[in-house]
Design a protein around this ligand. Structure first.
Ligand SMILES: Cc1ncc(COP(=O)(O)O)c(C=O)c1O
Length: 373
């Protein structure tokens, strides 16, 4: 007799076994879910766990989205206007540009294009969890080359792993969660091995060092960017990247034709027409980062690491980091707590508006006082 429950079990047995065994990506929760969990209104939540932009998008984005009247028509599968605007913004030819539903999608497509089951991808942790996630989904082997204590790259070990046949390396610059950048000489040393090098510049607007102008000269360098951080569009999912032309063409071939929705395309064009005011907000965040770093460093139980991004990594010393994060949470303040190699006992704090910093600092002083040995 037909038994629907049994059929479901049998179908599960057909799933690729490595995916059943794999740990999932650990995403952050949205603000309404956090507010509901705590039983407080949304405006009491200080959300400093997702490296989002507290100022939101340019007002021109909201106007452009309200005025747009072609929501019922499929988007341009080649995203010509957006790619041209990005090419003008970056100063590279639009043939180099690929856009995605967030830069996460581009990471997924890179893995799709380059990683067959059993291939090796280098991951330099502690870093953004998406690199190992997209590699593992493809059945690739993740070769870990841990960063040094100061979070700099161990270039000699990376080179050795590349020579042993790893195909791809993912490097965030500035790195999440440590906030440091890679240097030109480190990048050159990695590129010289011939490995496909993906530099993820999600936070580059908060720093002073980009490698995007090198892309047209190098055939193994990809630079990824996003509108999630500097332009306040994390919810719309608008990522892009500069690729060697041949790779860009293949990326556009294997992507879903309508991978970027029209709203994200409208928002990108409106943001690029308002770079000046978005840059002022970026500068406000950078100033606040420096001020907040100084205040955090003055707390006896925190050690801060220098950051070129919109967040600050702190090591919690002499008191329990998990407990600090838990007590902040009870007060409606959300930061990212880490318990993983290289960032044990660390919290990562997104730089918000000055008033967010004040609530955070007051809470930390109080928690530090009550937990002090
Ligand atoms: C290093 C890094 N790259 C990429 C992303 C994701 O960017 P997007 O929102 O464009 O998918 C993040 C998000 O936190 C990140 O930290």
């Amino acid at each position: 007799m037909f038994d629907p429950a049994r059929t479901r079990m049998d179908a599960l047995r057909l799933v690729r076994p490595e995916l059943l065994a794999m740990l999932g990506y650990e995403p952050i929760e949205p603000v309404d879910v956090l507010a509901e969990e705590l039983g407080v209104p949304i405006d009491r939540i200080v959300k400093l766990d997702g490296n989002e932009n507290p100022y939101g998008p340019s007002p021109r984005v909201k106007e452009a989205l309200a005025d747009f009247d072609l929501y019922h028509i499929y988007p341009d599968p080649e995203q010509r206007r957006v790619r041209q605007a990005l090419a003008d913004y970056l100063g590279v030819d639009s043939e180099h540009i690929v856009v995605g539903n967030g830069s996460d999608e581009l990471l997924e497509l890179i893995a799709c294009l380059f990683l067959s089951p059993g291939d090796a991808a280098i991951n330099c942790g502690p870093t953004f969890g998406m690199y190992s996630f997209v590699s593992e989904i493809r059945g690739a082997r993740v070769v870990e080359v841990p960063r040094r204590q100061d979070f700099s790259l161990d270039v000699a070990v990376v080179q050795a792993a590349a020579r042993r046949g790893a195909k791809v390396i993912f490097l965030a610059s500035p790195n999440n969660p440590s906030g440091n950048t890679i240097s030109t000489s480190e990048l050159e040393a990695v590129l010289s091995t011939g490995i496909l090098t993906v530099v993820d510049e999600a936070y580059v607007e908060f720093s002073d060092r980009s490698f995007v102008s090198l892309v047209p000269q190098r055939d193994n360098l990809i630079v990824l960017r996003t509108f999630s951080k500097w332009a306040g569009l994390a919810g719309l999912r608008a990522g892009y990247g500069a690729f060697p032309k041949g790779i860009a063409e293949l990326m556009r071939k294997v992507k879903m034709p309508y991978n970027m929705n029209v709203a994200a395309q409208v928002a990108i064009l409106a943001s690029l027409a308002d770079v000046e005011s978005l840059s002022e907000r970026v500068q406000a965040i950078v100033r606040e980062r420096e001020r907040l770093s100084g205040e955090l460093a003055a707390l006896p139980f925190l050690r801060t690491f220098p950051s070129r991004a919109n967040f600050i990594l702190c090591r919690v010393q002499s008191i329990d980091a998990r407990e600090v994060s838990r007590r902040l949470r009870q007060q409606g303040i959300f930061v990212r707590y880490f318990d993983t190699p290289g960032v044990k006992d660390c919290i990562r704090i997104t730089v918000g508006k000055p008033e967010h910093s004040e609530r955070l600092l007051a809470a930390l002083r109080e928690i530090g006082g009550s937990l002090a040995p």
